[in-house]
Design a protein around this ligand. Structure first.
Ligand code: HEC
Ligand code: HEC
Length: 173
Protein backbone atom coordinates (compact mmCIF):
# COMPACT_ATOMS: atom_id res chain seq x y z
CA UNK A 1 0.00 0.00 0.00
CA UNK A 2 2.74 2.41 1.06
CA UNK A 3 4.85 1.42 -1.94
CA UNK A 4 1.89 1.88 -4.19
CA UNK A 5 1.33 5.38 -2.97
CA UNK A 6 4.98 6.25 -3.33
CA UNK A 7 5.07 4.99 -6.87
CA UNK A 8 1.95 6.93 -7.70
CA UNK A 9 3.46 10.14 -6.41
CA UNK A 10 6.75 9.57 -8.20
CA UNK A 11 4.85 9.04 -11.41
CA UNK A 12 2.84 12.17 -10.87
CA UNK A 13 5.99 14.18 -10.32
CA UNK A 14 7.84 12.63 -13.24
CA UNK A 15 5.07 12.82 -15.76
CA UNK A 16 3.86 16.33 -15.29
CA UNK A 17 6.24 18.31 -13.17
CA UNK A 18 5.08 20.08 -10.05
CA UNK A 19 3.59 23.13 -11.68
CA UNK A 20 1.24 21.32 -13.93
CA UNK A 21 -0.08 19.29 -11.05
CA UNK A 22 -0.72 22.38 -9.12
CA UNK A 23 -2.65 24.00 -11.94
CA UNK A 24 -5.02 21.09 -11.81
CA UNK A 25 -5.43 21.52 -8.10
CA UNK A 26 -5.96 25.22 -8.38
CA UNK A 27 -8.66 25.20 -10.98
CA UNK A 28 -10.74 22.65 -9.12
CA UNK A 29 -13.07 24.47 -6.84
CA UNK A 30 -14.70 27.88 -6.95
CA UNK A 31 -16.67 29.81 -4.44
CA UNK A 32 -19.69 30.12 -6.72
CA UNK A 33 -20.23 26.43 -7.23
CA UNK A 34 -19.00 25.23 -3.91
CA UNK A 35 -21.90 24.51 -1.58
CA UNK A 36 -20.23 24.35 1.77
CA UNK A 37 -21.82 22.81 4.79
CA UNK A 38 -22.58 25.26 7.57
CA UNK A 39 -20.64 23.04 9.92
CA UNK A 40 -17.45 23.68 8.02
CA UNK A 41 -16.53 27.35 8.38
CA UNK A 42 -12.89 26.75 7.53
CA UNK A 43 -13.40 25.07 4.20
CA UNK A 44 -12.49 27.49 1.48
CA UNK A 45 -12.18 27.14 -2.22
CA UNK A 46 -8.57 26.55 -3.11
CA UNK A 47 -8.10 29.39 -5.54
CA UNK A 48 -9.50 31.99 -3.19
CA UNK A 49 -7.71 30.93 -0.03
CA UNK A 50 -7.01 33.86 2.20
CA UNK A 51 -8.28 36.61 -0.04
CA UNK A 52 -11.67 37.13 1.52
CA UNK A 53 -10.41 36.86 5.07
CA UNK A 54 -7.49 39.23 4.54
CA UNK A 55 -5.04 36.55 5.58
CA UNK A 56 -1.74 36.16 3.87
CA UNK A 57 -2.22 34.29 0.62
CA UNK A 58 -0.50 30.94 0.83
CA UNK A 59 -0.70 28.58 -2.15
CA UNK A 60 -2.80 25.51 -1.31
CA UNK A 61 0.00 23.10 -2.17
CA UNK A 62 2.16 24.68 0.53
CA UNK A 63 -0.56 24.05 3.08
CA UNK A 64 -0.81 20.52 1.73
CA UNK A 65 2.82 19.98 2.74
CA UNK A 66 2.01 20.86 6.34
CA UNK A 67 -1.12 18.71 6.27
CA UNK A 68 1.02 15.75 5.30
CA UNK A 69 3.46 16.50 8.12
CA UNK A 70 0.67 16.58 10.71
CA UNK A 71 -1.13 13.51 9.49
CA UNK A 72 2.21 11.68 9.78
CA UNK A 73 2.70 13.08 13.29
CA UNK A 74 -0.44 11.23 14.38
CA UNK A 75 1.19 7.85 13.80
CA UNK A 76 4.96 8.53 13.86
CA UNK A 77 7.22 10.81 15.90
CA UNK A 78 6.44 14.46 15.05
CA UNK A 79 9.02 16.38 13.03
CA UNK A 80 8.49 19.75 14.73
CA UNK A 81 11.37 21.61 16.36
CA UNK A 82 10.80 20.43 19.92
CA UNK A 83 8.63 17.33 19.86
CA UNK A 84 7.00 16.01 23.01
CA UNK A 85 9.68 13.61 24.37
CA UNK A 86 6.92 11.31 25.63
CA UNK A 87 5.00 11.41 22.37
CA UNK A 88 2.75 8.50 21.70
CA UNK A 89 0.23 8.15 18.93
CA UNK A 90 -3.17 9.62 19.84
CA UNK A 91 -4.77 7.14 17.45
CA UNK A 92 -6.58 4.05 18.70
CA UNK A 93 -5.00 2.06 15.87
CA UNK A 94 -1.92 3.82 14.43
CA UNK A 95 -1.40 1.05 11.89
CA UNK A 96 -4.82 0.42 10.40
CA UNK A 97 -6.88 3.34 11.65
CA UNK A 98 -4.96 6.39 10.48
CA UNK A 99 -6.50 9.80 9.99
CA UNK A 100 -6.52 10.70 6.33
CA UNK A 101 -7.10 13.84 4.24
CA UNK A 102 -10.64 12.84 3.34
CA UNK A 103 -11.61 12.61 7.03
CA UNK A 104 -11.54 16.41 7.11
CA UNK A 105 -11.85 17.40 3.47
CA UNK A 106 -15.24 15.98 2.75
CA UNK A 107 -16.57 18.07 -0.13
CA UNK A 108 -15.46 15.48 -2.66
CA UNK A 109 -15.03 18.20 -5.27
CA UNK A 110 -11.28 18.08 -4.95
CA UNK A 111 -9.46 14.87 -4.36
CA UNK A 112 -7.33 16.15 -1.52
CA UNK A 113 -5.56 12.89 -0.96
CA UNK A 114 -3.98 13.17 -4.41
CA UNK A 115 -2.20 16.41 -3.50
CA UNK A 116 1.39 15.27 -3.07
CA UNK A 117 3.80 16.27 -0.32
CA UNK A 118 6.14 18.75 -1.96
CA UNK A 119 8.56 20.83 0.05
CA UNK A 120 8.41 24.19 -1.67
CA UNK A 121 11.08 26.80 -0.78
CA UNK A 122 8.26 28.82 0.81
CA UNK A 123 8.01 26.19 3.53
CA UNK A 124 11.35 27.29 5.01
CA UNK A 125 9.99 30.73 5.80
CA UNK A 126 6.54 29.62 6.88
CA UNK A 127 7.92 27.12 9.37
CA UNK A 128 9.48 30.08 11.19
CA UNK A 129 6.36 32.22 10.86
CA UNK A 130 4.84 31.56 14.23
CA UNK A 131 1.65 33.48 13.61
CA UNK A 132 0.93 31.53 10.45
CA UNK A 133 1.78 28.16 11.97
CA UNK A 134 -0.24 28.72 15.12
CA UNK A 135 -3.31 29.89 13.20
CA UNK A 136 -3.20 27.02 10.74
CA UNK A 137 -2.56 24.49 13.44
CA UNK A 138 -5.38 25.72 15.64
CA UNK A 139 -7.86 25.23 12.82
CA UNK A 140 -6.44 21.84 12.05
CA UNK A 141 -6.55 20.61 15.66
CA UNK A 142 -10.08 21.97 16.04
CA UNK A 143 -11.27 19.95 13.09
CA UNK A 144 -9.42 16.89 14.31
CA UNK A 145 -11.37 17.00 17.60
CA UNK A 146 -14.67 17.99 16.01
CA UNK A 147 -17.78 15.83 16.02
CA UNK A 148 -18.61 17.18 12.56
CA UNK A 149 -15.73 15.34 10.90
CA UNK A 150 -14.51 11.76 10.71
CA UNK A 151 -11.10 12.04 12.39
CA UNK A 152 -12.33 12.21 15.98
CA UNK A 153 -13.69 8.67 15.94
CA UNK A 154 -10.15 7.40 15.33
CA UNK A 155 -8.64 9.18 18.35
CA UNK A 156 -8.12 7.82 21.85
CA UNK A 157 -9.07 11.23 23.20
CA UNK A 158 -8.83 14.92 22.34
CA UNK A 159 -5.56 16.05 20.74
CA UNK A 160 -3.88 19.23 22.00
CA UNK A 161 -0.76 21.14 21.03
CA UNK A 162 1.09 19.20 23.75
CA UNK A 163 0.33 15.88 22.11
CA UNK A 164 3.11 16.69 19.65
CA UNK A 165 4.99 19.68 21.12
CA UNK A 166 7.12 19.64 24.29
CA UNK A 167 5.69 23.05 25.23
CA UNK A 168 2.73 24.97 23.83
CA UNK A 169 4.20 26.91 20.86
CA UNK A 170 1.35 29.41 20.99
CA UNK A 171 2.55 30.61 24.41
CA UNK A 172 6.27 30.84 23.67
CA UNK A 173 8.04 33.97 22.51
C1 HEC B 1 -7.77 17.07 11.00
C2 HEC B 1 -8.37 17.63 9.79
C3 HEC B 1 -7.56 17.71 8.54
C4 HEC B 1 -6.86 16.70 7.92
C5 HEC B 1 -6.66 15.27 8.38
C6 HEC B 1 -6.32 17.27 6.71
N1 HEC B 1 -6.67 18.58 6.61
FE1 HEC B 1 -6.21 19.85 5.10
N2 HEC B 1 -7.13 21.39 6.07
C7 HEC B 1 -7.77 21.30 7.28
C8 HEC B 1 -8.22 22.62 7.68
C9 HEC B 1 -8.97 22.96 8.96
C10 HEC B 1 -7.84 23.51 6.64
C11 HEC B 1 -8.09 25.03 6.56
C12 HEC B 1 -6.84 25.72 7.08
C13 HEC B 1 -6.65 27.08 6.48
O1 HEC B 1 -6.74 27.18 5.25
O2 HEC B 1 -6.37 28.03 7.19
C14 HEC B 1 -7.15 22.70 5.65
C15 HEC B 1 -6.62 23.21 4.47
C16 HEC B 1 -6.00 22.44 3.49
C17 HEC B 1 -5.52 22.95 2.23
C18 HEC B 1 -5.59 24.39 1.79
C19 HEC B 1 -6.94 24.64 1.18
C20 HEC B 1 -7.05 26.07 0.69
O3 HEC B 1 -8.18 26.45 0.35
O4 HEC B 1 -6.06 26.78 0.66
C21 HEC B 1 -5.01 21.90 1.52
C22 HEC B 1 -4.43 21.90 0.12
C23 HEC B 1 -5.14 20.72 2.36
N3 HEC B 1 -5.75 21.07 3.54
C24 HEC B 1 -4.71 19.45 2.01
C25 HEC B 1 -4.74 18.35 2.85
C26 HEC B 1 -4.12 17.06 2.54
C27 HEC B 1 -3.36 16.73 1.27
C28 HEC B 1 -4.35 16.25 3.60
C29 HEC B 1 -3.91 14.80 3.80
C30 HEC B 1 -2.48 14.58 3.78
C31 HEC B 1 -5.12 17.02 4.59
N4 HEC B 1 -5.32 18.28 4.09
C32 HEC B 1 -5.56 16.54 5.80
C33 HEC B 1 -7.99 20.14 8.00
C34 HEC B 1 -7.43 18.90 7.71
C1 HEC C 1 -0.35 15.84 15.54
C2 HEC C 1 0.84 16.58 15.96
C3 HEC C 1 0.75 18.06 16.17
C4 HEC C 1 -0.16 18.77 16.93
C5 HEC C 1 -1.36 18.25 17.69
C6 HEC C 1 0.26 20.15 16.88
N1 HEC C 1 1.38 20.28 16.11
FE1 HEC C 1 2.40 21.99 15.74
N2 HEC C 1 3.69 20.96 14.51
C7 HEC C 1 3.59 19.61 14.21
C8 HEC C 1 4.56 19.27 13.19
C9 HEC C 1 4.80 17.90 12.60
C10 HEC C 1 5.23 20.49 12.86
C11 HEC C 1 6.34 20.69 11.83
C12 HEC C 1 5.70 21.18 10.55
C13 HEC C 1 6.75 21.59 9.57
O1 HEC C 1 7.60 22.39 9.93
O2 HEC C 1 6.72 21.10 8.45
C14 HEC C 1 4.67 21.53 13.74
C15 HEC C 1 5.11 22.84 13.76
C16 HEC C 1 4.58 23.84 14.56
C17 HEC C 1 5.10 25.17 14.66
C18 HEC C 1 6.35 25.68 13.95
C19 HEC C 1 7.55 25.54 14.90
C20 HEC C 1 7.93 24.11 15.19
O3 HEC C 1 7.88 23.72 16.38
O4 HEC C 1 8.29 23.35 14.26
C21 HEC C 1 4.27 25.87 15.51
C22 HEC C 1 4.42 27.32 15.95
C23 HEC C 1 3.23 24.95 15.93
N3 HEC C 1 3.45 23.72 15.35
C24 HEC C 1 2.17 25.28 16.77
C25 HEC C 1 1.19 24.39 17.22
C26 HEC C 1 0.05 24.75 18.05
C27 HEC C 1 -0.22 26.16 18.60
C28 HEC C 1 -0.68 23.61 18.25
C29 HEC C 1 -1.99 23.46 19.01
C30 HEC C 1 -3.08 24.29 18.54
C31 HEC C 1 0.00 22.53 17.54
N4 HEC C 1 1.12 23.04 16.93
C32 HEC C 1 -0.42 21.19 17.50
C33 HEC C 1 2.76 18.70 14.81
C34 HEC C 1 1.70 19.02 15.65
Amino acid sequence: MKTCFFVLISLLLLSSGCNQNLEVVNSGERLEDSPRPAADPNARPLALAGEASGEKKIPPFVKAYFMHMWVEALYSKPQNKTPNPHWESPLMDPENGRVWCTDCHTSGQIDFEKIPKIRDPMVNDLEKDKEFMVALMKKWVARLNSDEFFAKAKLKGPVTCLTCHATNPALEN
